[in-house]
Structure formats: structure tokens, C-alpha cells
Design a protein around this ligand. Structure first.
Ligand SMILES: NC(=O)C1=CN([C@@H]2O[C@H](COP(=O)(O)OP(=O)(O)OC[C@H]3O[C@@H](n4cnc5c(N)ncnc54)[C@H](O)[C@@H]3O)[C@@H](O)[C@H]2O)C=CC1
Ligand SMILES: O=C(CO)COP(=O)(O)O
Length: 344
């Protein structure tokens, strides 16, 4: 593939790790960060200490604090900032974006004030701009040291998905395509809620049985909401669904899981966020997911309990009791896949 020029907006752990992947593919990489201090640190030490310590950032990755300069003449603009900041970052570069530039989103969440997925935010701000969502089981800490990783590039148009697949794929970073943008975006966002809950269970001292139950029942409620919102439920059985749910619920790299563990151990939300020091998307996504469940009239008992722990002061131990003592159910009732999402 022809070497591309790619702007990576956001130099947190994920933006930095993806810059390394793209750099290893010999693309020109413009890594943008908003802080002068962070810029100076990476420039002088060759390391992004706060977000990805111990990883050398090659000098071939160009550093920027001016987002307009970073996106100029690039083929791809990769969004790697927290979900709630995507609109603000896009706004700052909006007049400078050319119609051919592919927006690739790596943020896993739903905009809180609008309940929009990121593809919908991008479409609202930049109608008809080519767009892909990159999502799947992929902790930055492992990607940055070249551990084999698989991920999905979802786009409505096949050529956009394949373009992004080519751009990112290396022998250590395998990219699949998928036409179900809604499913991939929702899977990536909603798994963080369940991972946070799995962390709470760990923090309370529960074991592997509870974690497995939360993952299995969690993907069911994610799929139920996803289906109501237009996704193909088979996507939730893929890398961006159950794949990402597994890694986030089991890995100590997961900020969502680690945040849950601290809450389960009795720390306040404020103490927890301070200790993690990076974005914990599941906190806001719990709020949006709860509202969406009400709006679409979807049963999401795990999400509801986590919402009540986070926002209504429910004791996590009571949340577990509530989940265990719900009405008796038949596991096989529920979802039938009658949606069919295909390339446009
Ligand atoms: N860390 C990981 O392993 C993965 C993260 N993601 C997703 O990527 C997104 C970003 O996450 P991380 O890089 O991990 O977060 P992070 O907390 O490591 O870094 C966030 C970055 O965004 C910057 N930022 C915050 N507010 C900003 C604003 N208003 N304008 C511009 N930049 C701002 C911060 O300075 C920081 O550089 C999240 O949605 C996350 O779910 C997805 C896959 C893997
Ligand atoms: O999405 C991720 C891994 O695929 C990262 O999850 P955390 O934000 O919980 O660290």
C-alpha cells in the first residue's frame, strides 16, 4: 500500500500506541497533543511517561500542539481522545478538513448530552465524510510492545473499511472489516459498563464465577439494546463485542475494571478517578446506557444496578443481591437475529 500521512489526535495511551503501529507501517504520523508540557516531555525524553511509560517513541513520529497543522495534508484523521471531547476536538479542525480525509474513531463511548454514537456526531458535523470505527480487544500497553492484537475497522462503505484495514494492519496488528458501524460502536462503548461492574465484583471479593456470569449476561443485555438501536446482533459475538468484553473484564490493564475494583473496595468515585488518572469511559457510558435502556424499553439489569451504585448511592453488595434474586428466567428466551446489516 502507498504510504499515507496520518494525523493522530490525542496522545493518551491509545493514541500513542496506535501511532507506533502506524509508524511501523512507515506512514507519516503526526501525533497531536494539547499540552505544551507533554510535548516538551516527549520531545526531550522520547517517552510519554504519564500515559505509556517505558515505551520509546521514535523521532520519526512528528509531534504537534497545533491540531490544524497536524491534520493538514493528511489522508486519515484518527480520533483518540475521550468520547466526551470528540466534538470539541473536531470543532477546532472542522473548517480545515477536506472531503477525502477519512475520519477514524478510536474512542469507545456515546456522547452523553446527545446520546449519539461517534459516527453520528461526525455525520452531524461533517456530512458524508468517510468514517470508520476502530474497535476490539486491544490494550495500549500490549499493542505498544507488539503483542499480537486483533481489531475491527467498521465502515458503512466497504472501500473505506478496507482502506483503514490496509493502513493499520501489520503482522502483529490484525484488522478485520465489518459493515455494522452501530454494532461495533455500541459494543465498544457498552462493554466498559460491564467491565466496571466486573471490577466492582472483584473489589467485593467475588470470584471467577461472578465475572463469567457478568460477561455472559452482560453481552446479552448489550445485544438487546444494540438490536433495538439498529445493530446486527452477530457483531456482539465478534471481536468488538464479546472479544473486547472478555479482555476488559479480565485484564489489569483495563482502567474500567480497575476503577470498578476500587469502588468495590469502598473508595469514592472521586478518589477512584484520581487514582486511575486516565479516562474511565464506563462511568459516563453507564449513565447514557441507562437512559437508552429506558428510552428503548430494554431490560438491562446489570447496567441498571451499576447505574444505581454510581449515581444513586446503592451499596454494591445490595446490587449483587438484587441481580441474584431477580425473577426466574429461561436463558433461551430473548433475542432473535432478524436484522441484516450490509455494506452500502
Ligand atoms: N487505552 C487503551 O488501551 C484503549 C483506549 N481506547 C479508547 O481510546 C479513547 C482514549 O483513551 P486513552 O488514550 O486510553 O485515554 P487516556 O486517558 O490515556 O488519554 C486521553 C488523552 O486525551 C487527551 N484529552 C483529554 N481531554 C482532551 C481535550 N479536551 N482535548 C484534547 N485532548 C484531550 C488527554 O490529554 C490525553 O492525552 C477512549 O475512548 C478509550 O476508551 C480504545 C482502545 C484501547
Ligand atoms: O478498550 C480497551 C481495550 O480494548 C481499553 O479498556 P479500558 O478503557 O478499560 O482500559
Amino acid at each position: 500500500m502507498k504510504k499515507l500521512s496520518i494525523a493522530v489526535l490525542g496522545a493518551g495511551s491509545w493514541g500513542t500506541a496506535l501511532s507506533l503501529v502506524l509508524n511501523s507501517n512507515d506512514h507519516v504520523v503526526n501525533l497531536w497533543m494539547r499540552g505544551e508540557e507533554q510535548y516538551q516531555e516527549i520531545l526531550t525524553t522520547g517517552e510519554n511517561k504519564k500515559y505509556l511509560s517505558g515505551i520509546k517513541i521514535p523521532s520519526s513520529i512528528k509531534l504537534f500542539t497545533d491540531s490544524i497543522a497536524a491534520v493538514k495534508d493528511t489522508d486519515i484523521i484518527l480520533l483518540a481522545v475521550p468520547t466526551q471531547k470528540v466534538r470539541e476536538v473536531l470543532k477546532s479542525i472542522q473548517p480545515h478538513i477536506k472531503p477525502h480525509q477519512v475520519i477514524v474513531n478510536a474512542a469507545k463511548g456515546i456522547e452523553q448530552k446527545t446520546q449519539l454514537r461517534i459516527s453520528e456526531v461526525v455525520e452531524e458535523m461533517l456530512p458524508n465524510q468517510p468514517y470508520a470505527m476502530l474497535s476490539g480487544p486491544s490494550h495500549a500497553e500490549e499493542v505498544a510492545i507488539n503483542m499480537p492484537t486483533t481489531i475491527v475497522a467498521a465502515a458503512l462503505k466497504k472501500d473505506t473499511a478496507e482502506f483503514v484495514q490496509h493502513a493499520f494492519m501489520t503482522s502483529k496488528f490484525r484488522v478485520y472489516t465489518n459493515p455494522d458501524v452501530a454494532g461495533v460502536e455500541l459494543g465498544g462503548a457498552l462493554k466498559n459498563v460491564i467491565a466496571f461492574g466486573a471490577g466492582i465484583a472483584d473489589g467485593l471479593g467475588f470470584g471467577d464465577n461472578v465475572r463469567a456470569a457478568l460477561m455472559t449476561r452482560g453481552i446479552r443485555e448489550i445485544a438487546r439494546l444494540g438490536k433495538a438501536m439498529g445493530a446486527d446482533i452477530s457483531t456482539f459475538a465478534g471481536l468488538s463485542g464479546i472479544g473486547d468484553l472478555i479482555v476488559t473484564c479480565t485484564s489489569m490493564h483495563s482502567r474500567n475494571r480497575r476503577a470498578g475494583i476500587l469502588i468495590g473496595k469502598g473508595k469514592s468515585l472521586q478518589e477512584t478517578l484520581k487514582e486511575i488518572g486516565m479516562v474511565v469511559e464506563g462511568i459516563t457510558t453507564t449513565n447514557v446506557a441507562y437512559e437508552l435502556a429506558v428510552k428503548y424499553n430494554i431490560e438491562m439489569p446489570i447496567t441498571e444496578e451499576i447505574y444505581k451504585v454510581l449515581y444513586e448511592g446503592r451499596d454494591p453488595k445490595d446490587a449483587v443481591i438484587n441481580l441474584m434474586t431477580r425473577d426466574r428466567k429461561n436463558e433461551m428466551e430473548e433475542i432473535v437475529n432478524d436484522s441484516s446489516v450490509d455494506w452500502q
